[in-house]
Design a protein around this ligand. Structure first.
Ligand code: NAD
Length: 387
């Protein structure tokens, strides 16, 4: 039986990306699968329905959910959307199980097989599927453009008959995928760029982009190339060292993250109060609590003349290319699930094994069950059982 892949429009507020872009349709056709697309699925990403040649359109999510064997999404389906899915159906996309544990639990209880893009192992074979990387690159680039728009001055040096404007100072905290892209973008705009990371290996990468590396003596690299949490003593050294650099910067972009943890706090009130009026902080870690103590997730606030921006979904602000990259990541993952046009899942494959979040009524991750979910579950059971 031909595998059918469904592309929902998605209903998450503020999400403009789409899981299938027209340039990938031919690749799916070559794989021997059928594509079902909900009407207007790509409209917010500037991919109107006319561009999706060779797919079948569905006019409702219910119709799509009924027919598709695999659903490709950007954001996880919400509780209402999950009730439209059927046991054994596969959903591939971001799942944010820590942010939305009730969705993960509901998918477990509806016996949906979910593969979470953020759980993919960072191994060489999975690089073409690595949505964390592709979307972090988008976020790093856009963060600098946001800051450049918010700040009331030039980034490059400008020599004019009226005098010379000195270049802006930009500090990037966290030099992973997003941070390196932010450095490259700020350099292209002509700013003087400094960058800090707790992993020593980033020094060379930062310098190769023409930025100045600032760092402590410690090397906090742990398994898988990620950072570990710092000790209290290391944290104090870090804050003392960073405060001076922060106070000198006109733009600070923070990207520091520790997998599975809240973002480390690196910028405190006192450091913000030492910044110049008109300076800008863009906190890319806002969705995991923020690197700045004053960040309000999803908002831009002004504290003593310093603007602090805490965007929750920055890749969605660049939906065309973010979707192009994300759709390719998904396609490369789907290739693993389809053999000769048939759905075949190799549970021995580490990419499959690591990325599965729910399967056969089981949750493959430890999550604390929120009381709201327990209450909703109790109500469902009282009304005649879990669907
Ligand atoms: P991330 O999003 O988890 O973290 C962003 C950055 O924050 C990291 O560079 C981290 O060192 C830094 N950080 C953490 N705590 C900090 C602190 N207190 N102060 C300053 N910086 C702090 O990381 P990422 O961007 O996803 O990349 C992490 C690693 O994974 C890198 O080594 C990257 O090269 C590697 N990676 C490998 C692959 C692959 O092999 N397929 C793909 C992508 C990334």
């Amino acid at each position: 039986m031909t595998v059918t892949i469904g592309i929902p429009k998605g209903s998450t507020p503020g999400e403009s990306r789409v899981a299938l872009v027209p340039s990938i349709i031919g690749k799916y056709a070559a794989l021997g699968v059928e594509l079902l697309v909900e009407q207007n699925a790509g409209a917010a990403a500037a991919f109107p329905d006319e561009l999706y040649e060779g797919v079948t359109f569905c006019d409702s999510l219910a119709g799509l959910s009924q027919k598709a064997q695999i659903m490709l999404s950007v954001q996880p389906p919400n509780l209402e959307e999950i009730t439209l899915l059927h046991p054994g159906q596969i959903v591939v996309g971001y799942m944010y199980p820590r942010r939305n544990p009730e969705y993960a639990l509901s998918m477990r209880d509806h016996r949906i097989t979910t593969f979470a893009m953020e759980l993919l192992p960072r191994i060489t074979r999975a690089q073409s599927m690595d949505a964390l990387t592709s979307q972090a690159a988008v976020a790093g680039y856009k963060a600098v453009l946001l800051a450049a728009n918010m700040i009331g001055r030039f980034l490059p040096m400008l020599t004019t008959p009226a005098g010379t404007i000195r270049p802006a100072k930009v500090l990037i905290i966290g030099a992973g995928v997003a941070g390196l892209q932010a450095i490259a973008t700020a350099k292209r705009l002509g700013a003087i760029v400094e960058a800090y990371d707790v992993r020593k290996a980033t020094r060379e990468q930062v310098q190769s982009l023409g930025a100045r590396f600032i760092g402590l003596e410690v090397d906090a690299e742990s398994s898988g190339g990620y950072a570990r949490e710092l000790s209290d003593e290391e944290r104090q050294q870090e804050q003392a060292m960073l405060a001076d650099h922060i106070s000198q910067a006109e733009i600070v972009v923070t990207t520091a993250a520790i997998p599975g943890r809240d973002a480390p706090k690196l910028i405190f009130r006192e450091a913000v109060e030492r910044m110049k009026p008109g300076a800008v902080i863009v906190d890319l870690a806002a969705s995991t609590g923020g690197n700045c103590e004053l960040t309000v997730p999803g908002e831009t606030i002004v504290h003593r003349g310093v603007q602090i921006c805490g965007p929750m979904n920055i890749p969605s602000m660049l939906p065309v290319d973010a979707s192009e990259l994300y759709a390719r990541n998904l396609y490369n993952f789907v290739v693993l699930l389809v053999k000769d046009g048939e759905l075949v899942i190799d549970w021995e494959d580490p990419i499959i094994r690591d990325s599965v979040l729910t399967h056969n009524g089981e949750l493959h991750m430890e999550l604390s069950i929120p009381s709201t979910y327990e209450a909703a579950l109790k109500q469902t059971l009282e009304q005649g059982g879990v669907k």
